[in-house]
Design a protein around this ligand. Sequence first.
Ligand SMILES: Nc1ncnc2c1ncn2[C@@H]1O[C@H](COP(=O)(O)OP(=O)(O)OP(=O)(O)O)[C@@H](O)[C@H]1O
Ligand SMILES: [Mg+2]
Length: 218
Amino acid sequence: MARFICFANQKGGVGKTTLTALCANALSLPPFNKSVCVVDADRQKSFSTARSIDEKLTNKLPYKVVEMTSKEVVANIDDLEQFDFVFVDVQGKIDEGLSIKQQDNAKIFLLSDFIFIPFVSGSFGTDASIDFLKHLITLRDVKPSLTVWAVLNMFQSRTKESKALLDEMKVIGRVFNIDYISAPIGNLSAYRNVDTITSLYSKDNFKLFFDEFYKVIK
Ligand SMILES: Nc1ncnc2c1ncn2[C@@H]1O[C@H](COP(=O)(O)OP(=O)(O)OP(=O)(O)O)[C@@H](O)[C@H]1O
Ligand SMILES: [Mg+2]
């Protein structure tokens, strides 16, 4: 049985695709060596585009990347269950005004074992992420066990915005009954334009995050 993982947020540019790649790369390579599949369910196809660039550089690809719509994910669930971990990179959107059955991303969220919401500092960013969280937890009506975690991305520890985000995170956690990974992902050049083949696990900053993340998903 695979574990399905999704980095999700209605807000664009918060690092959904980047975090998917960083975690899929680390998990599929030493010392973890898990069998991983990444499903690109975003119409922008950012993940599969990154993979097609890597394919030209090497034939040593650590995991499979497939393009699927959310309906195709549901239809192909038995094939996907063969992997240890399946990451689904979804479009940043809320299907407002639609019933849960009609919502596109909800199909993915309802089959996900873990949903991680990247939060970035700055008041507008946080407001949109909180709106998304409010929307997401309505799915607990149909799936009470829905597990949501927050992740702090592009964190700049010395700024007052990031300190404020940490304080806010504690309140958000209590109000919405969610947890968060306490080690933030910094705003680092190493995380800009990540590929789909390199593990950054040995890098201190990422290891702190990933060890905590791995404890959650393993
Ligand atoms: N921790 C980080 N440090 C530095 N740059 C980052 C970090 N996380 C993401 N980025 C950069 O921010 C930009 C947006 O990231 P990304 O494409 O992963 O976001 P997204 O949420 O998937 O966006 P979209 O909504 O368009 O799918 C990219 O240029 C990426 O390289
Ligand atoms: Mg993306």
